[in-house]
Design a binder for this molecule. Sequence first.
Ligand SMILES: *[C@@H]1O[C@H](CO)[C@@H](O)[C@H](O)[C@H]1NC(C)=O
Ligand SMILES: *[C@@H]1O[C@H](CO)[C@@H](O)[C@H](O)[C@H]1NC(C)=O
Ligand SMILES: *[C@@H]1O[C@H](CO)[C@@H](O)[C@H](O)[C@H]1NC(C)=O
Ligand SMILES: *[C@@H]1O[C@H](CO)[C@@H](O)[C@H](O)[C@H]1NC(C)=O
Ligand SMILES: *[C@@H]1O[C@H](CO)[C@@H](O)[C@H](O)[C@H]1NC(C)=O
Ligand SMILES: *[C@@H]1O[C@H](CO)[C@@H](O)[C@H](O)[C@H]1NC(C)=O
Ligand SMILES: *[C@@H]1O[C@H](CO)[C@@H](O)[C@H](O)[C@H]1NC(C)=O
Length: 324
Amino acid sequence: MFLLRLRTLLCLYSLAVGSIQTSESFWKLKPNVLVVDVDVKGVNRVEVPVICGEAYEGHNITWTKNKDKHLEAQGNRITVTVEGWKGANYSCFDNEGSYLNHTLVLAQWSFRKIIRNTPEKGYIHCATNNYGGLFQCSWSWGENRHGHITHIEAIRPDGGSNISCSLDPEGKSITCLDQDYCPYAEELERINLTVYFRSSFVVESYNAKFYIMNIVKPDMVAISRINHTCVEVGYPDSWNTPSSYFPLIFQVKEIRCRKRKKCDCSQLSSIETYHTQSLQLPVSKGKMVCVRAKDEFCNSSWSEWSQYKCKKNRKQRKPKLKML
Ligand SMILES: *[C@@H]1O[C@H](CO)[C@@H](O)[C@H](O)[C@H]1NC(C)=O
Ligand SMILES: *[C@@H]1O[C@H](CO)[C@@H](O)[C@H](O)[C@H]1NC(C)=O
Ligand SMILES: *[C@@H]1O[C@H](CO)[C@@H](O)[C@H](O)[C@H]1NC(C)=O
Ligand SMILES: *[C@@H]1O[C@H](CO)[C@@H](O)[C@H](O)[C@H]1NC(C)=O
Ligand SMILES: *[C@@H]1O[C@H](CO)[C@@H](O)[C@H](O)[C@H]1NC(C)=O
Ligand SMILES: *[C@@H]1O[C@H](CO)[C@@H](O)[C@H](O)[C@H]1NC(C)=O
Ligand SMILES: *[C@@H]1O[C@H](CO)[C@@H](O)[C@H](O)[C@H]1NC(C)=O
């Protein structure tokens, strides 16, 4: 009982709205990548100092822009100009023409073109199917732009977290793991996720802040038959155990399906729905029962609907006699 009460307390937080960060002039996004903010009104020319490498001080260094264009400026330190959104990739070479290093200069603007806003999910949508510390974030690509992820930052502001993210094979989502996440402890601070998308030499950053407990959406429940008046609901395999500490609540409705017509649990039905914690549910013959699940204590999402159609009672098949 104490544990249950603790769980309710842990869930009293709610989702925060995402925000967008800006900073001034230029800054280092990661090794070899500088970002120039061109959002600032009236700023359409920014001078950026670029260095080939500490080790090359005093050497004869030559530079190219985007591989093919040779720059007049020479030496270890040069200044390049970003006009409008025209970032570039600057490479430096020694006096024998051997490649030494490069700096990618990107322009960050405030437009939102690389990925798309969607009515229900916003720009970046994060979800997880349990309290394990693993979560997935997805987005929709904008039109007419070839975008990809150039950098991901995920931290909790207190710093006491170790969150690593990687791009999924399909390239349409990322999966992150909070190594220090503990489902039994209070989640004090939100995860601050910033994803940098690049298209050509432009970068856009998107930010989301959330508690894991608010992005939980259980997988679909399993429904199995007990007898012709009763079915049993099973917790998703991916859900945390013990289920007494992580109880789910079920939403149940029965719908009548016309023959040969596709039955869809998400369709609005006038028939009443009810909530229950019971794993055994009564069903009516010929109707379809729809069940979805949600964490009982947290204000998080419902799972997708699971459906089960009670078949009319069939005669039991007679066991075949083996011929001797
Ligand atoms: C290459 O350039 C980056 C800056 O873009 C610099 O931080 C790094 O130290 C350089 N690498 C070497 C080997 O000098
Ligand atoms: C740099 O180039 C100049 C002329 O091109 C040459 O006189 C000088 O010796 C070179 N210095 C080094 C360190 O190679
Ligand atoms: C920038 O140039 C370097 C050196 O040619 C290359 O290794 C790197 O992939 C380039 N980066 C981009 C984003 O074009
Ligand atoms: C979230 O992360 C971004 C990018 O690292 C940073 O600019 C911003 O200040 C962070 N917000 C909080 C509340 O820590
Ligand atoms: C983060 O977790 C990984 C995997 O457990 C570990 O290798 C790494 O050292 C951790 N980093 C920090 C800063 O704790
Ligand atoms: C069907 O199973 C439920 C649960 O085990 C039981 O309560 C009920 O009596 C059974 N009904 C029939 C007709 O066997
Ligand atoms: C639960 O979350 C939804 C959507 O995030 C919100 O509209 C609703 O007000 C929240 N309810 C409570 C009790 O916090």
